[in-house]
Design a binder for this molecule. Structure first.
Ligand code: AMP
Length: 587
């Protein structure tokens, strides 16, 4: 069986794992790291940068970078960078391409197949968009796996004899998912799930940025437009402070000037954990609703859950942990790194699909996380009112599932019925998400009340097929809300493929050097006056040495730059730097 990689395509970071030698293992990227920031940037030559290098570019040139685009999946939003427009599928495809290349470098063979994780609460449009992104990256997506399910698979894999009910609290960069499940001797049964698509670690950072700006009489949205460099640098400071507060009692935030520069005597805000807690409390409170919903749907009480598992980098935050501990009355379990647990679970799923002997005793059942149905009219005396929602598949039904409902014509000789397909729990369709439409035509003449059978089939990827049969005829209509993301016609997909083909990626061999250049460029703007000229000189040397192709000079200049950066108080974490190559030279 050719390799199948497991990918956690996150809002902030993405990871790739593979099942190898009887266990899942993470794949490192060109920087020797397992986390690849889900950030895309374009350099001066129009080359695409992905990951840590793009994250570095974002600080000094935010207008050349895009991030958090997972939040736009399934929408038509597009963004222009370096004169070209990209949608969320293409941007995600660039991240996936980068991970694919990393996997190929690690495995020494081409990779064509992947399991990609999605938030459990991703709707059908968002799932389809993720699948399209995979295809644009040259990956056949064998399975879209819910992120909390993937996290549970990692725990299930490592502790197969366990017998318990557990809840996974998954707070990533941009989404929040809660899943209740039963683990019984290698069998993992998902019972219920709930979540919020717009709640994650990035909201905590944004809140902190807004708080700092507010203290200076500025508003985040306005500043983002008028002083983008100030916001970019401040966001980085706030992100670092937020993470620091996960293991320290205090953190400080330097405030750049209006042009985004840090002067020698720039103002510094110091905050402790309780201040941070106060600032982010309104966001923490939003965690309660999805948790309550998932538990209610499982017909269990919080005390029936034997283990609370954390997944997603944002669960490292102390206010989040404290909230979870208070809610359940016991500390959460975090045996596996919350950043890594989802990607590792995706690799376990890949092993299950490849019939790997190491997982032959594992079984997993998943559920449909939301209610799916059609719009109907209701009869009130002599008149009809439309806009009502008729559920066909109820949320938390075990999948794969096929369910049928009956709708009727409302007029004599009505020849056509248009089925509007929705997802959601609201009574009226205007409050639910429209997934698509299916027109049923050729209904034979007759009185009103003729029957149309509507069948929904929801597969293990969380993708829906809708079929309709006209009563008393052999007429059959169907639509699979699978292959195309919402509003993406075949022509649009072909255009996206062409766009992807025209994109030139920054050479993988050089991204480490480029990241160092961008880091040093950022330091130029942040360090004091004396340090600035030192760094500029070392950076000029390094750039010239890179262009010269002279090995000895290159290594000496690189060492010189690293030493200068450390000397001015900005040490660069070069990872496994010994391996850093000069161009194609992989010595
Ligand atoms: P994920 O999408 O799971 O990679 O989660 C990324 C989110 O977790 C981002 O918002 C990060 O800022 C946040 N995060 C990562 N590490 C930490 C940490 N040590 N403390 C607080 N938040 C963190």
């Amino acid at each position: 069986m050719p390799p199948v990689i497991g990918i956690d395509l996150g809002t902030s970071n993405s990871l790739c794992a593979v099942f190898d030698g009887g266990r899942p293992r993470l794949i490192t990227n060109a920087h020797g790291e397992v986390l690849t920031p889900s950030i895309v940037g374009v350099d001066d030559k129009g080359q695409i940068l992905v990951g840590a290098t793009a994250k570095e570019l974002r600080v000094t040139r935010p207008a050349s970078c895009v991030w958090a685009f997972k939040r736009w999946m399934g929408t038509e939003r597009r963004v222009e960078i370096a004169g070209r427009e990209f949608g969320p599928q293409e941007l995600s495809a660039m991240v996936l391409t980068s991970l694919k290349h990393d996997a190929e470098a690690a495995l020494g063979e081409t990779v064509h197949h992947a399991v990609i994780t999605v938030p459990a609460y991703f709707n059908d449009n968002q799932r389809n968009a993720t699948k399209v992104a995979g295809e644009l990256a040259g990956l056949r997506v064998l399975r879209l796996l819910n992120e909390p399910t993937a996290a549970a698979l990692t725990y299930g894999f490592h502790d197969r004899d366990a017998e318990r009910r557990l809840i996974v609290i998954d707070l990533g960069g941009g989404t929040f998912d809660v899943t209740v499940m039963d683990v019984f001797q290698g069998t993992l049964e998902i019972i219920s799930t709930a979540g919020e698509g717009m709640l994650g670690g990035e909201d905590f950072t944004d809140r902190l940025v807004a708080w700092v700006l507010d203290g200076r009489g500025l508003n985040l949205e306005t500043a983002e437009m008028r002083q983008p460099l100030l916001v970019a640098r401040l966001r980085r400071e706030c992100e670092v402070a937020k993470c620091r507060l996960s293991d320290h009692s205090e953190a400080s935030i330097r405030i750049p000037d209006m042009s985004g520069r840090f002067s020698d005597d720039c103002p510094i805000v110091t905050l402790d954990r309780s201040e941070f807690q106060r600032i982010v409390d309104p966001i923490v409170e939003r965690l309660a609703r999805p948790i309550g919903k998932a538990i209610r749907d499982s017909r269990l009480r919080p005390e029936d859950l034997q283990e609370v598992i954390l997944a997603g980098g944002a669960t490292r935050m102390w206010p989040v942990r404290e909230f979870v501990e208070k809610y359940f009355g016991r500390p959460p379990v975090c045996t596996h790194d919350p950043d890594e647990v989802v990607a590792l679970g995706a690799a376990v799923q890949a092993a299950l699909m490849s019939d790997d002997a190491a997982v032959s005793d594992m079984v997993m059942t998943d559920i449909c996380p939301f209610t799916l149905g059609v719009e109907i009219c209701k009869e009130f005396g002599q008149s009809y009112a439309d806009g009502y929602f008729l559920p066909v598949i109820h949320r938390n039904t075990t999948i794969p599932v096929s369910r049928e409902q009956i709708v009727q014509t409302i007029r004599p000789n009505q020849q056509e019925v248009t089925l509007s397909i929705y997802q959601g729990d609201a009574r009226k369709v205007k409050d639910n998400v429209l997934l698509g439409r299916l027109t049923v035509s050729g209904i034979p003449p007759g009185p009103s009340g003729l029957v149309v059978h509507v069948r929904f089939t929801y597969d293990i990827n969380g993708i829906l097929e809708v079929e309709a049969f006209v009563g008393g005829t052999t007429k059959h209509f169907s639509t699979v809300l699978t292959h195309n993301a919402k509003n993406l016609s075949k022509r649009e997909i072909a255009a996206a493929v062409r766009l992807m083909q025209s994109v030139k990626f920054f050479p993988r061999d050089d991204v480490r050097n480029q990241r160092l250049v961008l880091f040093a460029e950022r330091v130029v703007g942040e360090v004091g006056t004396f340090g600035r000229s030192e760094v500029e000189m070392a950076l000029d040397q390094f750039e010239q040495a890179m262009a010269s192709g002279e090995r000895e000079w290159f290594y000496a200049a690189r060492r010189g730059l690293l030493e200068t950066l450390a000397a001015v108080g900005f040490p660069y974490d070069a990872g496994d730097d010994e391996e850093t190559s000069h161009g194609d030279d992989d010595s």
